[in-house]
Design a protein around this ligand. Sequence first.
Ligand SMILES: Cc1ncc(C[n+]2csc(CCOP(=O)(O)OP(=O)(O)O)c2C)c(N)n1
Ligand SMILES: [Mg+2]
Length: 252
Amino acid sequence: MHRLFAEILGKKTGLSNGMGGSMHLWDQPNGFYGSVPIVSGTVPLAVGASLAAKMQGTKDIGVAYLGDGAVEEGVVHESLNLASMLKAPTLFVVENNLFASHMHISLRQPKAATARFAAANDIPYEIVDGNNIVDVQSAASRLIKHARSGKGPGFLEAVTYRWYGHVDWREDIDVGVNRSEKDVDAWRKRDPIARLVAGLVNEKLINLQQLNEIEANISNEVLVAWAQALNDPYPPPSALTSVVFSSSGIRQ
Ligand SMILES: Cc1ncc(C[n+]2csc(CCOP(=O)(O)OP(=O)(O)O)c2C)c(N)n1
Ligand SMILES: [Mg+2]
C-alpha cells in the first residue's frame, strides 16, 4: 500500500519509481499487470497473461476488470473471441454500473446485459447482484474453477450502480440524465459493504467489537502508509532518462 500511495504521489519509492502516477499503476511482481487510462486497454493484457500461464503450465489465470462502457470498445470483443478460441484461462469481470461517463446504458445499448457478448463467443457466464459480496464470490469461484480446469474463459457480470459523478466525488454533478434521487437512494440501501456487515452480525459470525477492531486496524495501516509516502523524496531530474528510457537505448 505504501508503494502504491508513493506512486500516486510521484515519489521515488513508488511502484514505477514515481514515473507512472495514478494513471499507470503497475505491480507485476504481485500479478498486477497494470491499469491504464485508456478504457478497455488492459483487457487484451489479461488474455495475454492467461495465455502465458497456459503455455507455461501454471494454474494462474488472468482477470480483467472492465465497465459496461468498456464493453463498447472493439478490442473487448476481439479479446473475448481470442480467449474463447485459444481456451485461455481468463475471467472477464464486468462491473455493469449502468453508466459510462454521463450516459445511462439505455441510451447506449439495445439491451442492458453485457453477458450477451459472452454468449456470442460461446463463453460461460453468470450475471449476479454486484452489491451482494457472497453472490459475487461464489459465482467467481465457479468460473475460476472452470478456467483452471482448462476449459477456457469465463464471464462474470456484476450488476451495480454508480453513486457518484464521473470525475468528482459529489453526487449532484456530472452523472447524466434520468437520474433521480429516488433511484440513488434505493441503490444506497443496497450498499454491499453494509449488507455484508449486517449479514455477518446477524449470523453471529462477528460481533460489533471485532468489527470496530478490524476497521481501526485497517484505517491505521492506510494512514501509516499514506504518511510514509508523503514524506518520501521525489525522484531526481536525472531519473527522467535513467528510468523512463533504457540506458542502453538509442537516446544514450
Ligand atoms: C478509449 C477511451 N475512450 C474514452 C475515454 C474517456 N472515458 C473515461 S471513463 C469513460 C467511461 C467508462 O465507463 P465504464 O467502462 O462503464 O466505467 P465506469 O466509470 O462506469 O466504471 C470514458 C468514455 C477513455 N478514457 N478511453
Ligand atoms: Mg460503467
